[in-house]
Design a binder for this molecule. Structure first.
Ligand SMILES: [Zn+2]
Length: 80
């Protein structure tokens, strides 16, 4: 297999899985549930096979998103 399908660490909010994309620098929003998704990237050639969503701990993503955006959003623990 030439191209691989990467796994991205995402978090859940408002019944969506969200992650900060390293390819385009934006956040992508998907429906909840880990698994394969089609890329939402605007960048050409980014994730040609899409990616796998993997739910990650909020604490990890807080520092992760803070480094890229410098504007961490308010964390809410409303997971069921
Ligand atoms: Zn992207």
């Amino acid at each position: 297999m030439e191209a691989q399908t990467p796994t991205v660490q995402c978090y859940e909010r408002n019944n969506q899985f969200i992650f900060s994309c390293e390819e385009c620098g934006k956040r992508h929003y998907h429906g909840t549930g880990e698994g394969h998704r089609i890329s939402h990237c605007d960048v050409e050639g980014a994730y040609p096979n899409g990616y796998y969503l993997k739910l990650s701990a909020l604490e990890q993503l807080k520092s992760y998103s803070a480094t890229s955006s410098g504007h961490p959003e308010t964390q809410q623990r409303d997971r069921r």
